[in-house]
Design a binder for this molecule. Structure first.
Ligand SMILES: NC(=O)c1ccc[n+]([C@@H]2O[C@H](COP(=O)([O-])OP(=O)(O)OC[C@H]3O[C@@H](n4cnc5c(N)ncnc54)[C@H](O)[C@@H]3O)[C@@H](O)[C@H]2O)c1
Length: 250
């Protein structure tokens, strides 16, 4: 049975841990989360300090904490195990992405990039050489963006690289789209704060040689960072990595 660990024990981490325990699809060694007061979560030990020895003997490390945690541990984790990060805005810094890819190649592990709150990254990745233009518009409530707008406000319009730096908790999907498609500098990002919504909404346009796609995703969120769909998406990604289940969409 594969041995895994989680960095971050919040909404997404707990959903995945519960799913793994219910399906007995892996052994969970620990959940690293310095901000949790409990000594165990779902019966799994919570640790508050992390060093390289913690990764020894693991098959997979799942990050669901913050972009800073990806920056601090991606390359180190990939020396010992495969790595599944959800805080993907960390990769706006080229050295973080290159460090992770280099460690994965050198030690024979895999950097798994999840589709998270959106759909279709596999298809975009497959078509990346014929794609010319990618844009994404995200509409969230002011609360979800950590703002106090009283009316519909365009809070950002520029490159995905800038957006990921300014809103690291809110535009993981812009980062994921950039990684799958034509990069952080050529992906055009817009972020809108709308006090009339309780959803996270993403409208993606992709154009290229003989293709024109629109992907429109809306999920209930009620001001939280992660919307209704993310725990299901995360559990599906984890199942595919662990090879559990007898049917897989590829
Ligand atoms: N890729 C995507 O599409 C996507 C979608 C939703 C969320 N996310 C990201 O996934 C991450 C988790 O989301 P969530 O809804 O579970 O958030 P959450 O706030 O519910 O949980 C985050 C957990 O991380 C812990 N944490 C904070 N700093 C930490 C540190 N330095 N080390 C270890 N743990 C730390 C917190 O105590 C908390 O328990 C966030 O970064 C979020 O932005 C990505």
């Amino acid at each position: 049975m594969k041995k895994i660990a989680f960095l971050g024990g919040g909404k997404v981490g707990q959903a995945m841990a519960a799913h793994v325990l219910e399906n007995k699809s892996a052994e969970i060694a620990f959940i690293f989360d310095p901000f949790r007061k409990e000594d165990t979560l779902l019966g799994v030990p919570v640790i508050r300090e992390l060093n390289e020895t913690c990764f020894e003997g693991l098959d997979l490390v799942v990050e669901c904490a913050t972009a800073d945690v990806v920056k601090a541990y991606a390359a180190c984790a990939l020396k010992h195990a495969s790595f599944l990060p959800f805080s993907m805005t960390a990769f706006r810094e080229d050295e973080v992405l290159e460090g992770a890819k280099k460690a994965a190649a050198e030690y024979g592990h895999t950097l798994y990039l999840p589709h998270g709150a959106i759909l279709g990254l596999d298809g975009i990745f497959d078509g990346r050489t014929i794609i010319d233009e990618v844009s994404i518009e995200t509409i969230k409530s002011p609360k979800s963006l950590g703002r106090d707008d009283k009316e519909y406000t365009v809070v950002f319009d520029g490159t995905a690289r800038e957006a990921a730096g300014l809103y690291p908790r809110n535009v993981n999907v812009h980062a994921a789209l950039s990684l799958a498609g034509i990069g952080f500098d050529r992906t055009h990002s817009r972020i809108i704060s709308d006090p009339s919504v309780n959803t996270n909404e993403h409208v993606i346009r992709v154009k290229g040689e003989g293709i024109d796609w629109t992907i429109h995703v809306t999920a209930f969120a009620a001001g939280a960072v992660s919307g209704k769909y993310v725990p299901y998406s995360a559990c599906g990604s984890l199942d595919r990595i662990l090879g559990s289940g007898n049917v897989s969409f590829v």
